[in-house]
Structures are given as C-alpha cells and as structure tokens.
Design a protein around this ligand. Structure first.
Ligand SMILES: *[C@@H]1O[C@H](CO)[C@@H](O)[C@H](O)[C@H]1NC(C)=O
Ligand SMILES: *[C@@H]1O[C@H](CO)[C@@H](O)[C@H](O)[C@H]1NC(C)=O
Length: 415
C-alpha cells in the first residue's frame, strides 16, 4: 500500500478518533511506523511504540501512529525516571463537601454544652508509677496484641510516660472519625481508628489488619461507652479490606489500608468525609504547621484507651528530624532500611507530651487549608513510646503521590 493510501485510510480513523476522544491530531502526527523516531509529549526525542511501559499514564502520552487498529505512542526511555510522578492524583469528581465540621460551617445549637476544654477524666487520677505504666495491660479492648508486640520490639523508652496531652474532643467536630472493630457476642471490639474519605471508603493503617479482620466500622461516635451522650453513631459492615501492596513486614513503610463499607454512607453534619490533598495541594508544605490528631487511643504509654474521642494538636516537623532521632534505635536498620523519608510524616510536641498512642493507629492527622477545610495530612502509624520529646510520632504522609494515586484508583473509581 502506498503512503498516500495509508494517509487516506488514517484520515477516516482520525475523524473517528476526534469524534470519540475529542483529541486534536496535527497533520502527519499519526504517520509514524512502529519504532520510527517521533516527538514525545514533553518534546523530547522518542520512538513510536505500542506501549511505553507501566510507569507512564497513557492519557498523557502523544499518539504517533496506528498499527493493527490500535494507537502507537511516542516513548522516551530516558523519561522514565522523571515520570515517577506521572501518576494520577488530580482531584476526583465527588458530589459531597469534604472537610467541614460543626466548628467551621454549622450553627451551634443554643443549649449546647461544649465538653472541649475539660481535662480527660484520667488526668485527675493519681499517676501510674512507671513500672505499671510500662507494662501494657494483657487484655484491653482497643489494643491489638499485634500492636503491643510491635511496640515491644523497641525496648521501653526511658523516663516518665506523660499522658499524651489531649483534651476531650468537641462533640461531632470531627465527622470523618471512624472506629474499626471486630464483632463479638458482647458487641464490637474496637481495635483501631480510621477516617472516612468518601461515601463508601475508610482509610486506616495496614498494621491494624495483620492479625485482625475488620468487620465493623462506626461513624458519628463520641463516647462509645455511653449511648446517651448525644451522638448518633451508625455501624457499617466491612465488605472488603484492601491492603497497600508495597507494605513489607517488618519494614514500617507504607502503613495504609482501605476499608470498603457494605453500603454507602448518608453524608450529614455528623458523618462527613475529610478532604485529601489531591493535585497541587499535594505540593503544599505542612512542615512547622499545627495539625490535629483525633483518636480513642491510650491516654498514656501503656495506659488505657479512652472511650471518649480525644483531640491533640501537634507540630509537623521536617521528616529528617524523625530520621535522625529514630536512627539511634536498635531496630532502625530492620524497620527503615532506606531511612525515614518523604513517605512518612513526623509530628509531635517540641516539649514532649502531646502525641498519638496505641489504639490511635489508623486514625487521622488533619490540617486546615486556606479556606478552613480540614485536609488529611497523615495516618497514625507508630512511634517509640508516646509523647516522648525526642521521638515524635510517625504517620503515613498523605501527600506522597503514590498513596494518593492508589487511593484514587481503589476508592474513587465508580461505582
Ligand atoms: C488546635 O489548634 C487549632 C488551630 O491552631 C485551635 O483552634 C484549637 O483550639 C487547638 N486545639 C487544642 C486542643 O489545643
Ligand atoms: C478556596 O476557595 C476558593 C474560592 O472558592 C477556590 O478558588 C480555591 O481553590 C480554594 N482553595 C483550596 C485550597 O481549596
């Protein structure tokens, strides 16, 4: 077949393609044969191929030819390294408003009795002595044995274990908070926290599910031991647990998992998803900002979980600070063989005392964007002790593009 004839045939195909994908092709753009040289989408020199490999997003590549009724794409193998970021983290289409709570967008009812500002009830009790505080209780609802085992991997940190420094959360101020548990004959046994990210998915920590099955998620809760405290919690069965594929025990990286609820949540004032830092928000810097951690976890190292949701403000530190302090621990080379890097968020209290603790795992660390919406910054992962000045808490960093891309692919593709 002569060249002109090929072009005529292509013309027909081009019109079909234009109508279908509303793309515009320049004259001659699709004339390349397989392996012929061409210009890539980033104007570098490439060759025209059936596929450029898995690290490229096919929608961004330039089409350069047609073979066997399929498009060929212009590939440049030298671009592979720079396109590690070519993952789809653009904001997905959603119909709900995320990240708003009763503090920043809703009217406060007149006879509202705000519990915020009260100390934890435990704060009035005499302090545990160090010895009892250091031994995790053998049977405490809310603490997975797995988590205890992991914490025992580290020799107990020196010093007195202060309470983790939170206050009782304002009721319903954190409408994305989730409790994750398993069903027992006495009702659910909550073993981790989680965070609602859309109508049907809750994000949590991978390590929560190594020895436990997530069976039930509760949304809209405040005090799980008190049915009459004014919250209207709803329980959802868990349909599916999706673990992040690159987590490799005993390494601590990539501690995230997604739970699919058996039915869609009705979004209301007290049950509402948090925002994720999609697109350009993933480049915003949160270092040195204050972020808020919420959870039903232990109020001190080796202590007991709180049935009432607690909130704690922490400072986000440069991740290098965590890398250098944790590098002095004996298990560092096994737990973080590549060091603690940008996939991890490091946050705590410059003076010690405010931190996440056991049972907070899987729960959210949030910060506010310029419009006051709460955006997920991290997922509680681990730490050495709780509230230790020299060992800030470690979180899965939600600005890590690979995490956002995985969440989008798993939880934001309909139906
Ligand atoms: C946390 O910080 C925010 C904003 O800086 C503030 O409005 C809030 O009251 C603080 N909460 C606590 C528990 O300190
Ligand atoms: C804040 O709101 C403005 C106006 O609605 C909008 O253009 C902007 O994108 C918002 N910023 C963020 C970070 O969402």
């Amino acid at each position: 077949m002569g060249r002109a004839c090929v072009e005529l045939a292509l013309l027909g195909l081009c019109f079909a393609a234009v109508a279908e994908a509303s793309s515009i092709y320049f004259p001659g753009q699709l004339n390349h044969a397989e392996h012929e040289s061409c210009r890539t989408h980033l104007s570098t020199d490439g060759t025209c191929e059936r596929t450029c490999g898995p690290s490229f997003n096919i929608r961004e590549l330039s089409k350069c030819g047609i073979k066997d009724s399929a498009f060929l794409y212009c590939c440049d193998p030298n671009l592979v390294r720079t396109t590690d970021r070519v993952v789809d983290i653009s904001p997905p289409f959603t119909t709900f408003q995320c990240g708003k709570n009763s503090r920043n967008s809703f009217f406060f009812p007149p006879f509202y009795d705000p519990p915020a500002g009260f100390l934890r009830p435990e704060a009035d009790l005499p302090p545990h002595d160090v010895l009892t505080a250091a031994i995790p209780p053998s049977h405490t609802p809310g603490i997975p044995e797995e988590a205890i085992a992991e914490y025992e991997d580290f020799t107990s940190p020196p010093g007195i274990y202060a309470a983790v420094g939170g206050i009782v959360a304002e009721k319903n101020a954190w409408p994305w908070m989730a409790l994750v548990g398993k069903s027992t004959t006495q009702g659910p046994n909550w073993f981790c926290g989680g965070v609602l990210i859309n109508e049907q998915w809750v994000l949590s920590a991978y390590h929560c599910f190594i020895h436990h099955f997530a069976e039930v998620v509760r949304l809209g809760e405040h005090d799980y031991n008190d049915e009459y405290e004014g919250a209207s919690p709803k329980d959802f069965d868990v349909l599916e647990t999706v673990l992040y594929p690159d987590y490799k025990h005993p390494q601590a990286y990539h501690d995230i998992a997604l739970l699919k609820l058996a039915s869609k949540v009705t979004i209301e004032d007290y049950i509402r998803p948090v925002c994720l830092p999609w697109g350009r928000a993933s480049d915003s810097v949160v270092t040195n900002n204050i972020a808020t951690l919420t959870g039903w976890g232990d109020t001190e190292y080796g202590g007991f979980p709180s049935p009432i949701l607690q909130e704690v403000n922490v400072t986000v530190f440069d991740v290098g600070q965590c890398d250098s302090s944790y590098s002095s621990l004996p298990h560092y080379s096994v737990t973080w063989p590549q060091g603690i890097g940008e996939e991890t968020l490091c946050a705590g209290d410059p003076n010690g005392g405010r931190d996440a603790c056991q049972g907070d795992s899987g729960g959210p660390l949030v910060s506010q964007d310029e419009n006051g919406s709460y955006v997920l910054a991290g997922i509680v992962s681990r730490g050495y002790g709780c509230g230790h000045k020299d060992y800030p808490g470690l979180y899965a960093n939600m600005r890590h593009p690979a995490y956002l891309a995985w969440i989008k692919k798993t939880a934001f593709t309909s139906p």
